[in-house]
Design a binder for this molecule. Structure first.
Ligand code: ADP
Ligand code: ZN
Length: 718
């Protein structure tokens, strides 16, 4: 039979079934060379080898197998993203010791006084045990923590120095009571009914739920969650930011009487292990998580919600490159369940899928409680003539003064972390860059360092120019949020200022607290980067000032218009959420006549998307054509260009499906951590079998050992 391991071999290996047998999806331990590794039984295998010679499975680790639904999801996702299957399996087995049946976990305890005469190794076990306390661990984990073999632990048990007890069963999650609903109103009623019907009917369905922030999208999809729980199936809600989960958890608790299970990088390993098991037995009815929660072994998935579906952080840009929104739709199709994509500013992909009849669309028209969208206006910066160290126009400053005078809040939005984006020498014009990346160093004045936003490298702010040696002419150029804070402090000394920038908070919790303080009215002026755009509710906020509305429109990225439009609408949507306070959103721009800026101001979304769709269709790019990026990287720039050039020349398999290859060209980030990055872009018709052709094309050449190759299907920038 075949076993797939998480080892990077890329294929299913043949093994002989153990005594007592095992079936598809069982977690097993198998020998691989001299080691024993975790694997999952994956079909009958190739059966190429003499059955007498192939090695047997050591043992079955868990009686609950990985279900066929998850296995086919992993296989399809691997095919789609051109990822080796073992790498996909790793995403689904991420918590350590997953394969261990609960019965293998023991609680080890010290029985009494520890004899002085213990050997070093035994002593280390005792020490390790003090660290674990009463937490259940396996023998292997304890031995590993102590840096010794399992026999040392067993020896201590025999000696009676430590005792061994059965671990208590996993604590089940408190059940959620699917009641406590609010009364839906207006458009919400029809939308709620449609989602509940989709869940009740069972089977695959995909819905785009569109409505401005505050229109009640969350209330509506919680109806669908409630229906899922009522029918005894499980629901998964994906959120783009950990910082958003706590607000969501509180809401679920208020409505369903208990907190749902949480899955993201901030959750402890013990907790994740428990969740992983509970999800598998169906004892966790609702999971709220980051994109990796898509790979959990749900027993019976009835609903997936992707909230803020347009959010760019759903694209995993490291390791396995996948887009969580697309994978959510894929998993729902395989699991035969409903998927809901919720957003105030849907991605063009989702608009196109609605247009093509693949998704149903539900609209929530106005804000709940009928608060209007903010009034939008442009501030023409060409007319403002600001001195070089100021970024807040007189017009905007006056607006800020007015709202804080009324006891309301103003948000100044600038999507740039740090103090200044450029540090340059006024004598020779040299700009300080990162030594290992093709990126400028950004001054962070709180840290008193220059920081590379690509690789995180830092260095001190130089007194003399690293290029020409002239002293005292280094200057900070352009604004970051820290510098804007300086200007605000100088111009509004009496105002309470809060700066929300991810790097200024040590933890998600600290950020959450700051957000809570602002929501409670503990600030007059807020300066924020992108993190404020995401769904936080600040009831006192009535003026949003965008410091540089043109920022996202620079460069040649074809998604620039879409991104700017979404971001500006999201940010503007922070203003004036409540019925009694009408909001304002003012955009500082040097190009008030730019079509995107005009579309933002005019607020005619449908017209904007129609124009954007027409342009992409004409260019044959996603979502109306297919693309893949091949990112090649190596410390050796000549090698990586040579290899990429050779690949580009052997484009037969691509030409056969009518696809073209562009490049090689430096990747959007041309050098990271000392590795030169080169990109080939492949463009094909929507209906072309792109993955198969790519696989055949890439199989022609084996990359040299120090050259890395990553395939990025549907790249975010092109
Ligand atoms: P969105 O997810 O679209 O931003 P929410 O679902 O968070 O909108 O709704 C915004 C606010 O209005 C929330 O505080 C929510 O509880 C409240 N709300 C929305 N719809 C209703 C309703 N029908 N009855 C009572 N409160 C509602
Ligand atoms: Zn760097």
């Amino acid at each position: 039979m075949g076993v797939l391991t998480t080892e990077p071999l890329g294929r299913v290996l043949d093994y002989r079934a153990p005594e007592g047998g095992c079936g598809d999806g069982d977690f097993v331990e198998v020998p691989l060379g001299p080691r024993r590794v975790l694997g999952v039984v994956w079909g009958p295998g190739e059966g190429k080898f003499d059955p007498a010679k192939i090695r047997p499975v050591n043992r079955v680790l868990d009686a609950r197998p990985m279900r066929a639904e998850l296995r086919s999801f992993l296989a399809r996702a691997a095919d789609y993203t051109l990822t080796p299957l073992p790498a996909m399996l790793r995403l689904a087995t991420r918590a350590p010791g997953l394969g261990d049946p609960p019965s293998m976990r023991k609680v080890f305890r010290l029985t009494g006084a520890v004899p002085n005469s213990l050997t070093d190794a035994r002593h280390r076990v005792v020490e390790a045990l003090r660290d674990f306390g009463a937490a259940p661990v396996t023998l292997a984990e304890l031995a590993e923590a102590a840096g010794c073999g399992a026999s040392v632990v067993k020896g201590l048990v025999k000696l009676g120095v430590i005792s061994e007890e059965e671990a208590p069963r996993d604590q089940p999650y408190p059940p959620l009571k699917p009641g406590g609903a609010v009364r839906l109103e207006g458009d919400q009623v029809a939308a709620g009914d449609a989602l509940v019907a989709a869940v009740a009917l069972g089977g695959y369905s995909a819905t785009l739920l569109k409505g401005v922030t505050g229109s009640g999208k969350t209330e509506v999809y919680l109806e669908a969650v409630a229906e899922t729980l009522r029918t005894g199936r499980q629901a998964l809600v994906l959120l783009p930011e950990i910082a958003l989960t706590s607000e969501f958890l509180t809401r679920v608790e208020a409505r369903f009487g208990a907190r749902p299970a949480e899955w993201h990088s901030g959750v402890t390993m013990t907790e994740r292990r428990r969740l992983w098991r509970m999800v598998g037995t169906g004892d966790a009815g609702l999971v709220v998580g980051a994109r990796s929660a898509l790979f959990l072994p749900f027993q019976d998935l009835g609903l997936i919600v992707v909230d803020e579906e347009h959010d760019t952080s759903y694209k995993q840009e490291d390791g396995v490159l996948y887009h969580a929104r697309d994978m959510a739709v894929l998993r729902a199709a395989i699991a035969g369940c409903a998927v809901v994509l919720a957003s105030a500013t849907p991605s063009l992909e989702s608009w196109a899928n609605v247009e093509a009849g693949k998704y149903q669309r539900l609209d929530l028209g106005s804000r709940f409680g009928a608060a209007d969208l903010p009034e939008m206006r442009a501030i023409d910066m060409r007319a403002e003539r600001l001195p070089g160290d100021r970024w807040i126009s007189e017009t905007l400053a006056a607006g800020v003064r007015t709202v804080i005078g009324r006891g309301e809040q103003a948000l100044l939005f600038l999507n740039r972390r740090g103090y200044a984006p450029v540090t340059l020498c006024r004598a020779c014009g040299h700009q300080v860059g990162c030594d290992d990346c093709d990126a400028r160093m950004v001054e962070h004045r709180f840290q008193k360092r220059l920081v590379c936003h690509q690789c995180g490298a830092t260095k001190p702010v130089p007194l003399a120019c690293p290029a020409c040696g002239v002293e005292g002419r280094m200057a900070a150029v352009g604004p970051g949020v820290e510098r804007l804070a300086e200007e605000v402090t100088a111009r509004f000394p009496e105002a309470r200022l809060s700066v929300l920038s991810s790097d200024l908070f040590g933890s998600a919790r600290a950020l959450k607290e700051a957000i809570g303080t602002i929501a409670a009215g503990g600030a007059d002026i807020i300066i924020g980067t992108q993190i404020v755009a995401k769904g936080h509710n600040f009831p006192l906020l009535t003026l949003v000032g965008v410091i540089d509305a043109d920022l996202g429109l620079q460069g040649s990225d074809l998604r620039a218009a879409e991104r700017t439009f979404q971001l500006m609408r999201q940010v503007s949507g922070r203003a004036g959420r409540t019925a009694d306070r009408k909001g304002q959103a003012w955009l500082q721009t040097h190009q008030p006549d730019h079509p995107v800026i005009r579309a933002i101001l005019g607020g005619d979304e449908e017209a904007f998307w129609a124009a954007e769709a027409a342009e992409r269709r004409l260019a044959g790019v996603p979502p109306y054509g297919r693309m893949a990026g091949i990112i090649l990287s190596s410390p050796d720039v000549a090698q990586v260009f040579d290899f990429a050039g050779e690949l580009a020349r052997r484009d037969g398999p691509l030409r056969r499906i009518g696809a073209q290859v562009y490049g090689p060209a430096p990747a959007p980030i041309a050098r990271v951590r000392g590795r030169h990055r080169v990109r080939l872009l492949v463009k094909a018709e929507k209906s072309a079998p792109l993955q198969a052709a790519l696989a055949e094309w890439l199989a022609q050449l084996k990359p040299p050992t120090n050259l890395r190759l990553a395939v990025d299907i549907d790249p975010q920038s092109f």
